[in-house]
Design a protein around this ligand. Structure first.
Ligand code: NDP
Length: 264
């Protein structure tokens, strides 16, 4: 019998997940179909999941925290961050995982000798990355537009800055996890500040994919090695697909076909 999977989000029409997962299922003859579900109210996630008869799902902005609340059981790294992006139906129970952070670690494998990282933004993605970076023993700093969300990161042990109290320092990598540049042409911080940051880092990454954000454009103009969020998307997708098929397909095969979907 064909299994059903979906991605929940608002908005969700831009998501590449259906193409990524369907390419894997089709090419590896796995009987499954992956759709999109536009969900406005995160509190309806669980009932919608079961009413659609899903075997699994991904969750994107803004429902990742609601997904954590909706689960019957949380496994692995999602427990540490309270943010879920992958759901699996295990005998009628909703099991929650987080594959975003490991997906990002996978995406920066080519960046060498990383020790100090500055994260721009303090939302769900920043939380997951900061906690995962600390597990890797990286030194982690956070900079955010508003101060309110910084207390979580202070408690984690990160150095925290607001735009107005930033003290210049050197980094191996700066990651933009703000949504500045997603639907607009904004930088994640005032231009003069971004100038200072970029003059003091070896690598730059953006969680946004599918476009060269103003932040990446500036990094490019300074000849800094940079990457967008496509490999992060690929990394989290491979790990989610492995959970969906419960190890029936080989990781190398999933990777090969999911990678191919980026050229379609
Ligand atoms: P959240 O809504 O949880 O957090 C957004 C953050 O961006 C907040 O810190 C907010 O600051 C900041 N922000 C928003 N607009 C601006 C602006 N104009 N200037 C400066 N800061 C701004 O979002 P998520 O963490 O869930 O997602 C963040 C981004 O990461 C999105 O673009 C998303 O698409 C991308 N993403 C990509 C993935 C991938 O696989 N490539 C996976 C997951 C996310 P404040 O606190 O002041 O409001």
């Amino acid at each position: 019998m064909q299994k059903l999977f979906s991605i929940f989000g608002d908005p969700v029409s831009h998501s590449r997940s259906p193409l990524m997962h369907n390419t894997v299922f089709k090419n590896l003859n796995y009987p499954a179909c992956y759709t999109r579900t536009h969900l406005l109210d995160g509190s309806k996630l669980k009932e919608t999941f079961f009413s659609l008869g899903l075997s699994g799902a991904n969750v994107t902005v803004p429902h990742k925290e609601a997904a954590f609340e909706a689960c019957d059981e949380i496994r692995g790294f999602a427990k540490t961050v309270g943010v879920v992006n992958t759901l699996v139906n295990e005998n009628g129970k909703l099991i929650g995982y987080n594959t975003d952070a490991d997906g990002f670690i996978y995406s920066i494998e080519e960046f060498k000798n990383i020790k100090n990282i500055l994260i721009l933004g303090a939302g769900g993605t920043a939380k997951a990355l900061a906690a995962r970076f600390l597990q890797e023993n990286f030194s982690v700093s956070i900079m955010n537009r508003s101060e309110g969300r910084l207390s979580y990161f202070k408690e984690l042990g990160c150095e925290c800055f607001h735009w107005s109290n930033y003290e210049s320092s050197k980094y191996d990598l700066i990651v933009n996890t703000t949504s500045a540049g997603l639907k607009d042409e904004e930088l994640p911080a005032p231009k003069e500040l971004v100038e200072i940051l970029l003059n003091n880092t070896r690598y730059v990454a953006d969680a946004i994919y599918g476009k060269l954000t103003p932040f990446l454009k500036m990094a490019k103009s300074k000849n800094i090695i940079y990457k967008d969020g496509a490999d992060m998307l690929l990394g989290q997708g491979i790990l989610a697909n492995e959970l969906f098929v419960n190890a029936v397909l080989k990781k190398e095969d999933i990777k090969k076909h999911m990678l191919h979907s980026f050229q379609l």
